[in-house]
Write a protein that binds this ligand. Structure first.
Ligand SMILES: [Ca+2]
Ligand SMILES: [Ca+2]
Length: 647
């Protein structure tokens, strides 16, 4: 964002700053983090200040659409597009993203969007549609989506507008921030007229003003708020002392103190809401930006949100529409206006509704604090995890083993299913051209983009035990983790206590016979060579339903992990070639490593960066997207310095 000074109303009548940003990114051949995940395109920025209203102008340039022919369809690509419209059954079309940030308290007055002359291209084949996604629950695979004839038989333009925007409030570099994410659709499609309509540039003008509402804390007394039951306090003391030496000022507040109103008067309709109001008070009065919840669901309540997950004519499955736990509730404190975001906007006592018995609550989603949970059930677990965190931060720096990344992956959806699916849904398309081994595809893209790491690929497609890819066996996973690694990524399918994936063509879960389980984690003896574990797969973080795999890694006494990221809920992935990377868990896997490479090396900040990027970069949020956002949990200390501190 362009910073300007506007104190005492002595504002220059006209201030113009022009910036030129050129980001000529290569796309399509050699997919890079930058081209896949970043707002991009050539831009010009201008800032004008007049009276109390500030006008921010930005001109963005779009590439001409490129058509890639398949037998039956065209794919529409655009150089520099940050994302694609991926609505199920509807045409896949490029999206450009432009993100603006302002201090929270800013009021957006209006947004105008002036685009260049509309040009047309006649096309002889239809634009390819998104045939669906897969659920990464290992117990069942859901395929959804057919060509949406309400779009394909119509002469109306898809999408309906040239642009849309999303606004929310989150945290950026410890400051409460308004994110305004503007999504341009420079190519629109009329199927009945066989015509693409496109624009070459657009000038965006955002008019905004500062308000006198400040979100700067009254004091900067503490950095980290630790919320725990009172009997955990003594076990957490060593963590507070350790953090103090580093310069992170921590405060333990017990849930009893919150409910009793010891520090701030207790507000809220139930215990979870009281905790959330307390976090808000701690942010505003103490300057807290990190929050660590210590305790399982019986000790620190879990907020359940209500999303009709599979709301479609094709499938309504009660198992996936039950309320699902989310700790993002505690982190998303403010909406874009700076008001408390209760997650129950319609005040019916049911939180985070989305098409839930026809109701929906307006939820902001952007996290306003860096939050993690250690779902400990007793003091012993607290002591074990605290000791691991302290040893990790003291001993990991400059260790060679940290520079290893282990990627466990396979063909998340074996070809057996895909051939059938593609034959059914996309007649005329050569399946070999468009399907990939999802997990390994994502793993390879991460490996290509990551610098400074030695990547150990454990892939289900491998038979031979040499080369840079080794077979995905329990023995190899154990061996590599015990050799030491900074990160371990599992990408595939999951359930509460296990993760797994498939060999191409073989529907048997790998590693054999039942996937990688909690029992396998307990057998690890990697001691202080503790990785950060990222598990992409349904439910591996379902801490509300038992000892989930992600928590097993962290609470393990003889090794395991120092922190883990996993889904409390269901997760999905696309299966069309590079589109795997543009949404859902494929996007999130990539974004973890992109954010880390960009310097987000504190666990809670890494998670917030991933979630914020997801929200900024996805114009269309479906119930599936909400699962990705709300389901992603950090099991660990949000202030954890990844890679440790220099001694
Ligand atoms: Ca509600
Ligand atoms: Ca928020």
């Amino acid at each position: 964002m362009v910073k300007i000074r506007s104190k005492n109303k002595k504002i220059p009548s006209l201030l113009i700053i022009v910036l030129l940003i050129c980001s000529g990114v290569s796309f399509f051949i050699g997919l890079k983090f930058e081209s896949i995940l970043s707002p991009s395109g050539k831009e010009e920025k201008t800032l004008e200040v007049h009276e109390n209203i500030i006008s921010l102008k930005r001109k963005i340039y779009f590439s001409q659409p490129q058509l890639v022919k398949h037998k039956g369809y065209f794919e529409v690509k655009a150089k520099g597009a940050a994302s694609y419209l991926m609505d199920i059954g509807k045409p896949i079309l490029p999206v450009y993203i432009t993100v603006f940030t302002f201090p929270l308290g800013t009021k957006i007055v209006n947004i105008t969007y002036n685009h260049s002359k509309v040009k047309t291209i006649k096309i002889s084949k239809e634009v390819i549609f998104n045939p669906g996604f897969m659920l990464t629950d290992m117990r069942k695979t859901v395929i959804k989506g057919r060509k949406d004839n309400s779009v394909y038989n119509s002469d109306k333009l898809y999408p309906q507008k040239w642009w849309e925007y999303r606004i929310g409030s989150g945290i950026l570099n410890h400051n409460q921030t308004v994110f305004l994410s503007l999504h341009s659709y420079p190519v629109r499609y009329s199927p009945a007229k066989n015509t693409l309509y496109y624009i070459e540039n657009a000038e965006i003008t955002i008019r905004y003003k500062r308000t006198n509402i400040s979100f700067i804390p009254k004091t900067r007394e503490y950095d980290l708020l630790i919320i725990a039951p009172s009997n955990f306090s003594s076990s957490l003391k060593p963590l507070v002392d350790h953090k103090k030496k580093i310069g992170i000022r921590s405060k333990i507040v017990t849930v009893e103190e919150i409910y009793n109103g010891t520090y701030f008067s207790a507000k809220g309709r139930d215990r979870a809401e009281k905790i959330k109001y307390f976090i808000k008070d701690a942010v505003e009065n103490w300057g807290v930006s990190y929050v660590l919840l210590v305790g399982d669901k019986d000790k620190i309540p879990v907020r359940y949100r209500h999303i009709m997950f599979m709301w479609s004519p094709y499938l309504i499955d009660p198992k996936v529409t039950k309320p699902i736990a989310t700790d993002l509730y505690y982190a998303d404190i403010y909406d874009a206006n700076g008001s408390f975001c209760s997650w129950d906007a319609n005040h019916n006592g049911i939180y985070g509704e989305y098409n839930w018995e026809w109701n929906s609550d307006k939820v902001d989603f952007y996290p306003n604090v860096y939050l993690g949970r250690l779902p400990c059930k007793d003091k012993k677990e607290v002591s074990t995890v605290v000791a691991k965190i302290i040893r990790y931060e003291r001993n990991t720096y400059n260790k060679r083993w940290f520079n290893n990344l282990i990627i466990c992956a396979g063909d998340s959806f074996p070809l057996r299913n895909l051939r059938l699916l593609i034959a059914l849904l996309l007649p005329g398309i050569n399946w070999k051209d468009i399907t990939v081994r999802e997990g390994e595809y994502v793993g390879d893209r991460i490996a290509e983009n990551l610098t400074g790491f030695h990547v150990k690929k454990l892939y289900a497609s491998q038979y031979l035990p040499w080369g840079d890819r080794k077979p995905l066996t329990k023995r190899n996973i154990k061996k590599e983790i015990e050799n030491g690694a900074g990160f371990v990524l599992f990408t595939g399918h999951g359930s509460i206590d296990r993760w797994g994936t498939y060999k191409p063509l073989f529907p048997l879960l790998r590693p054999l016979l039942h996937g990688y389980t909690s029992k396998d984690v307990l057998s690890l003896r990697n001691k202080d060579k503790l990785p950060i574990v990222i598990i992409d797969g349904c439910l591996c973080g379902a801490f509300d339903q038992g000892d989930c795999l992600a928590w097993e890694f962290v609470r393990s006494e003889n090794g395991g992990a120092v922190a883990s990221f996993a889904y409390v809920t269901y997760s999905v992935i696309h299966f069309l070639r590079d589109y795997v990377l543009y949404d859902f868990s494929g996007y999130i896997d990539m974004q973890f490593f992109k954010s880390y490479m960009e310097g987000k090396d504190v666990a809670g900040e890494l998670l917030v960066d991933v979630l914020t990027a997801y929200l900024n970069n996805h114009p269309y949020l479906s119930s599936k997207s909400y699962n990705e956002i709300e389901g992603l949990e950090l099991f660990g200390d949000p202030t954890l310095k990844i890679g440790g501190y220099p001694c």
